[in-house]
Design a protein around this ligand. Structure first.
Ligand code: HEC
Ligand code: HEC
Length: 351
């Protein structure tokens, strides 16, 4: 089985696991329990950001988010104790991975670059081809994936039962110290929804601080948000993504992207538009990390892409001058939220 098939099978397996899990627990106390008002988590939303929509059966509380943060940073989640979620989603890189493609247990090499988790709670679908709908469902995928954490869920539950801080954390979050895979994935998802980033020079400029952007970045802003660069058609709205799938002109590889889900020919080579928030610190770029720098990305778009039969009509030679390319680069660099990259409430709680 090649890597892509393995991934496909794992995705299917994890979905059926989830369905089983939901069926199994639908009579359990965790489903549909609304925590008392005073315990609900209050999201610190930047101005202009929409509300975070939580699943009805997983409303966040401070304690659940805290448990999720401990799990996110815990290498006990991987078979040989070598990696945590945070090993591939690093805070200083806006929760993305500086490796071109991910490296799992026993140095197993994956096929894709780990995307930033900044504002992941707003994504309408997850993974580069959008095959998973909720963070609760997604969380199981890296845990059981052989090229990522390669962990058995029952082994994980047994292992965590032996780690004493978890007894208190689970009790605080869920009312008793019973550890289940459903509680683990729900807590991880609750933490992930708090990974919110929206305090950038660009946001400050939007809110009226006229000196927050340099003259060059301002000219870049005009290229980005007009037909000159046409970036905004796909990377629009508050999170710089339309949340749908396009081919942005990258040449073909065996990764067929959205086609894996729809089996529709026109979806071959289409991937979910990623957010551009914190893009300066999330290199390398694209679903397979093939581009090393923002200069290379700008070159790619300026050349009208490498040619792909499903390339979006918006991808065409832009003929940007050297100065315009630099302006666009400076605009992209104005999307870095420095505070977010070291914020304590998102950092490793075990340290
Ligand atoms: C070995 C590296 C690795 C580990 C460990 C890892 N991830 Fe990822 N993560 C990735 C890669 C690669 C992708 C993109 C996969 C794809 O699209 O097929 C990804 C994608 C995601 C996404 C989808 C984001 C989006 O916007 O589509 C979420 C959410 C996520 N990971 C959360 C987690 C959580 C939670 C954990 C721990 C339980 C975790 N990851 C562990 C590499 C990793
Ligand atoms: C037709 C829609 C579309 C247009 C127009 C577009 N993009 Fe993209 N962009 C995408 C998609 C889809 C991806 C992910 C492609 C992939 O990985 O295969 C992407 C990826 C990127 C990335 C890499 C992000 C990451 O996390 O790896 C950057 C940076 C980027 N685009 C910047 C721009 C800029 C600057 C412009 C304007 C010059 C632009 N884009 C125009 C759809 C678009």
């Amino acid at each position: 089985m090649n890597n892509i098939e393995t991934r496909k099978n794992i995705a299917a397996l994890s979905l059926s696991l989830i369905i089983l899990g939901v069926a199994f627990t639908s009579c359990s106390e965790d489903v549909g329990v609304t925590p008392p008002e005073e315990e609900l988590f209050t999201y610190a939303l930047p101005e202009g950001f929409p509300e975070i929509v939580e699943p009805e059966d997983n409303q966040a509380t401070e304690a659940k988010v805290e448990l999720g943060r401990h799990l996110f940073y815990d290498k006990h989640l991987s078979r040989n104790l070598s990696i945590a979620c945070a090993s591939c989603h690093l805070q200083e890189h806006a929760f993305s991975d500086p490796n071109r493609v991910s490296v799992g247990v026993d140095d197993r090499i994956g096929t894709r670059n780990a995307p930033s988790l900044a504002n992941v709670g707003y994504n309408r679908s997850l993974l580069w081809e959008g095959g998973v709908k909720t963070l609760e469902q997604q969380a199981i995928v890296p845990i059981i994936h052989p090229d990522e954490m390669d962990m058995q869920t029952d082994t994980l539950v047994d292992r965590l039962r032996g780690i004493s801080p978890y007894l208190a954390l689970f009790k605080a979050a869920w009312g008793d110290d019973d550890i289940t895979i459903e509680r683990i994935t729900k807590s991880l998802a609750a933490f992930e929804r708090t990974i919110i980033s929206g305090e950038t020079p660009f946001d400050k400029w939007k809110r009226g601080n006229e000196t927050a952007l340099s003259k060059s970045a301002l000219r870049g802003e005009r290229i980005f948000f007009t037909e000159r660069g046409d970036c905004f058609h796909c990377h629009g709205a508050f999170n710089f993504t339309d949340n749908i799938f396009h081919n942005n002109g990258l040449s073909e590889t065996e990764d067929e992207g959205r086609f894996r889900i729809t089996q529709y020919n026109l979806d071959k080579g289409k991937f979910k538009t990623p957010t551009l928030r914190n893009i300066e610190v999330t290199a390398p770029y694209m679903h397979d990390g093939r581009l090393q720098s923002l200069e290379e990305v700008i070159d790619h778009y300026n050349n009208g892409g490498d040619g792909h039969s499903n390339s979006d009509p918006l991808i065409r030679p832009l003929n940007l001058t050297e100065e315009e390319q630099l302006d666009l680069l400076n605009f992209l660099k104005s999307l870095t939220d420095e505070e977010f990259l070291t914020r304590k409430d998102l950092s490793d709680p075990w340290q």
